[in-house]
Ligand binder design. Structure first.
Ligand SMILES: Nc1ncnc2c1ncn2[C@@H]1O[C@H](COP(=O)(O)OP(=O)(O)O)[C@@H](O)[C@H]1O
Ligand SMILES: O=P(O)(O)OC[C@H]1O[C@](O)(COP(=O)(O)O)[C@@H](O)[C@@H]1O
Length: 315
């Protein structure tokens, strides 16, 4: 069989600076007990997981300035294939403050690409992909960039590939018409897309079914420590994850997406992919900072994920 590959696109990468504090007091001087610096941004994290799972991946997108250089060097050190486009401006730094009670995130805006940078990116994606591969578009849209950007990228594709999208707000809304094969919103992102607060499992499933009608084939809604929901033509399913002592949930959504697409591309089994996705998510919350799971860590959780069909969806 051909060696399939997953290309990830991060329009707005970040260096994640994680500060661990024993107590966080807003408006006061806080002591940092430990800190770490990781390369981050959604597509980049997805590529890290795919690489750890043993599948071929290439990370692309936009980087800028010395922060971008650091990020690229870090990926090189981790032997993760990367092929980024340099743009003007400085790649952002996202600060995560973790205390025993809370996780606070301060994320930057990031430099925005010009129209010609986008053309270069679309050409690069086309060069990197072959028929049968997968493309994962993940993360926020930088600065003043038009939120239609992901739809434009999808529409520029000349290869027959599986397309997964993980973004939020206007960018998610504008991308649905591009008919990505899979989306992975969390509960809040799906509520924003629906324009109402989704309070019950039934409401989430019904919203997902409306998206199916609009051409999205797989909807994976992550619910943090409550696991996730999966909706496709096969039906609606719930996965419950085991209770663990989370060190940092940063990157858990990215690991979930990577787990699903990696398994789905190699097996075509959507439910096994859904279970594996959750196993990757749980295994990642046990890691400090923006570190992600490897295959052994994820596989340890597969048998502990309880996956069941959702029958008789109630409001
Ligand atoms: N505290 C937790 N305990 C166990 N599993 C978790 C926890 N937080 C997240 N997960 C797992 O990781 C997945 C993705 O996490 P989530 O926080 O929903 O993603 P996102 O970062 O995109 O909002 C969840 O669906 C679940 O499987
Ligand atoms: O692109 P966005 O939505 O601003 O998010 C960027 C942040 O998301 C992360 O990729 C983590 O994402 P998840 O916690 O959703 O998996 C961080 O590495 C990064 O700082």
């Amino acid at each position: 069989m051909k060696d399939l590959k997953i290309v990830t696109v991060t329009l707005n990468p970040a260096v994640d600076l994680t500060l661990n504090v024993d107590v966080l007091r807003i408006g006061e001087i806080n002591s940092v007990s430990s800190m770490r610096k990781d390369s981050g941004g959604k597509g980049i994290n997805v590529s890290k997981v795919i690489h750890n799972l043993g599948m071929k991946t290439v990370a692309t997108g936009f980087i800028g300035g010395s922060t971008g250089e650091w990020l690229q060097a870090d990926l090189k050190h981790k032997e993760i294939p990367a092929d980024f486009i340099k743009i003007a401006g400085e790649t952002r730094t996202n600060v995560k403050i973790i205390s025993p009670e809370s996780e606070t995130q301060c994320n930057g805006t990031g430099p925005h690409p010009h129209e010609e940078d986008l053309v270069r990116l679309c050409n690069k994606i086309d060069q990197l992909l072959e028929d049968g591969d997968a493309l994962i578009l993940a993360g926020s849209v930088p600065g003043e960039t038009d939120p239609i950007v992901y739809r434009k990228i999808i529409q520029s594709l000349r290869k027959n590939v599986f397309i997964a999208l993980d973004t939020s707000g206007e960018a998610l809304k504008e991308s649905i018409a591009g008919k990505p094969d899979l989306i992975k919103p969390n509960e809040e992102e799906l509520s924003q897309l629906a324009g109402i607060e989704l309070r019950t499992e039934g409401e989430i499933v019904r919203t997902a079914q409306e998206l199916l009608a609009q051409g999205v084939k797989h909807i994976l809604v992550s619910l943090g420590e409550r696991g996730s929901l999966y909706v496709s033509k096969q039906g609606a399913f719930r996965a419950v994850t085991p209770k663990v002592e989370a060190r940092s949930t940063v990157g858990a959504g990215d690991a979930t997406l990577a787990g699903f697409v990696t398994k789905y591309l190699s097996t075509g089994d959507a439910l096994a992919s859904f279970v594996f996705a959750n196993a990757c998510g749980v295994a990642t919350v046990l890691k400090e900072g923006s570190q992600v799971c490897n295959r052994t860590e994820a596989e340890q959780f597969v048998n502990q994920i309880v996956c069941m069909p959702i029958n008789g969806v109630s409001v």
